[in-house]
Design a protein around this ligand. Structure first.
Ligand SMILES: [Zn+2]
Ligand SMILES: [Zn+2]
Ligand SMILES: [Zn+2]
Length: 172
């Protein structure tokens, strides 16, 4: 727990430095948004974060949350992630290892994974094309373990059961 507080201290310093460099003022609202973001180990859209922040400070506006997320991204504390539903999500970037994502198109579950082998193959492929990679995000869409199980249970349901309607996400 103490280590976590230390980590936040470093991230707060980075944020403050970035704010000052951008000629902005340190405000209580921005600090609240930063803290809530750091406490939440999830993939959050600006709207998601706004909903959580509002519980702590009802005066914070949606635009302030959006702009602060942009500042966090510029400062290297957050990074944008696209999960395939056309929305932009944010996750922790500072002190966080690179990883890629599997996304369940049934329930929206996001699994983070890392494979040294896949990373190396990607680099080798880029090299083959004389391409200098600066960034990548690998996204695998499919059906998670739980949903696969539910699907199987459904198949063994009595005939005449309504087929389940699936909302497909569009690849953004
Ligand atoms: Zn990767
Ligand atoms: Zn699922
Ligand atoms: Zn992630």
């Amino acid at each position: 727990m103490a280590q976590k507080a230390e980590e936040f201290k470093k991230e707060k310093e980075i944020f403050l430095e970035h704010i000052q460099k951008s000629g902005l003022r340190r405000t209580a609202q921005r600090e609240t948004i930063l803290e809530v973001f750091l406490r939440t180990e999830e993939h959050l859209s600006s709207e998601d974060l706004y909903r959580i922040v509002r519980n702590e400070d009802p005066n914070v506006g949606q635009t302030t949350v959006y702009r602060t997320l942009k500042l966090l991204t510029e400062a290297g504390l957050a990074r944008e992630v696209r999960l395939g539903d056309g929305r932009t999500y944010y996750e922790h970037h500072f002190d966080h290892e690179h990883h890629d994502h599997m996304i369940c198109t049934e329930c929206g579950e996001v699994i983070e994974f890392f494979s040294q082998e896949i990373e190396e193959l990607q680099d080798a492929m880029a090299e083959k094309f004389g391409f200098k990679p600066t960034h990548h995000s690998l996204r695998i869409l499919g059906i998670c373990k739980n949903c696969k199980k539910k699907e199987k249970d459904l198949q063994s349901a009595a005939p005449g059961a309504q087929p389940r309607i699936r909302v497909k996400t569009t690849i953004g």
